[in-house]
Design a protein around this ligand. Structure first.
Ligand code: MLT
Length: 202
């Protein structure tokens, strides 16, 4: 648990699953706390800071270029994050969390779903892309996943997000993939869709 700088906010409504908040490149552990409070009022919030620095900007794993990942590093970092979640669950007495990831945070959440399918109860992936060229055969056993993509996203081609949806679906997740009229940034439509989806999975 010492391995990740993080913020934790205990649950006010203990029946809601905790959220694991995973920020985008250049964010930190405080960034998504207001989003988490808004999306799931009363849920416990666990928000680690990405341990990799790219020109001073925190991320969850290394990349070789925009959209080109260092997969060896990604695998190692996904394992580290999975271990952090396990340790935090023990320390704070939490059930398995739902990940809420944006951009780089969504990409490591997608990698964790495929590499460590037991860690997350489900995931909301905002502007995610395929994290691994050769995903392992995971068993996601009906876990709910919402992927929100932007039709005008210059970083994530629509086809790439669709491929991620297909991979997670093939692994047994209950995937919903929605393409919003948006770019790479978060929009009001994302918030509305995310809130409605989260209300349905608790
Ligand atoms: C990534 O590196 O994970 C993607 O390019 C998204 C980003 O962080 O901009």
């Amino acid at each position: 648990i010492q391995s990740f700088v993080h913020r934790f906010e205990p649950a006010g409504a203990p029946d809601r699953p905790p959220l694991l908040l995973l920020h985008g490149t250049g964010g930190d552990e405080t960034d998504l706390m207001p989003l988490g409070r808004m999306l799931a009022p009363g849920a416990a919030l666990l928000s680690p800071r990405g341990p990799v620095l790219e020109n001073g900007m925190p991320r969850f794993f290394r990349r070789l270029a925009e959209g080109v990942f260092d997969e060896a590093d990604l695998r190692r970092r996904a394992a580290d994050l999975a271990a952090f979640v396990g340790a935090a669950r023990e320390t704070y007495g939490l059930p398995a969390p739902l990940a809420v990831g944006f951009s780089n945070g969504a990409n490591i959440a997608a990698a964790m779903l495929l590499l460590h399918p037991e860690v997350l109860a489900g995931a909301l992936l905002i502007r995610a892309m395929v994290p691994l060229a050769e995903p392992p055969a995971a068993d996601l056993a009906g876990r709910p996943v919402l992927i929100l993509s932007g039709s005008l996203d210059p970083i994530v081609p629509a086809q790439n997000a669709a491929r991620l949806a297909a991979q997670l679906g093939a692994a047994g997740a209950a995937v919903t993939h929605e393409v919003l009229p948006a770019g790479h940034g978060l929009t009001q439509a994302d918030l509305a869709r995310a809130q409605a989806w989260l209300a349905g999975v608790q």
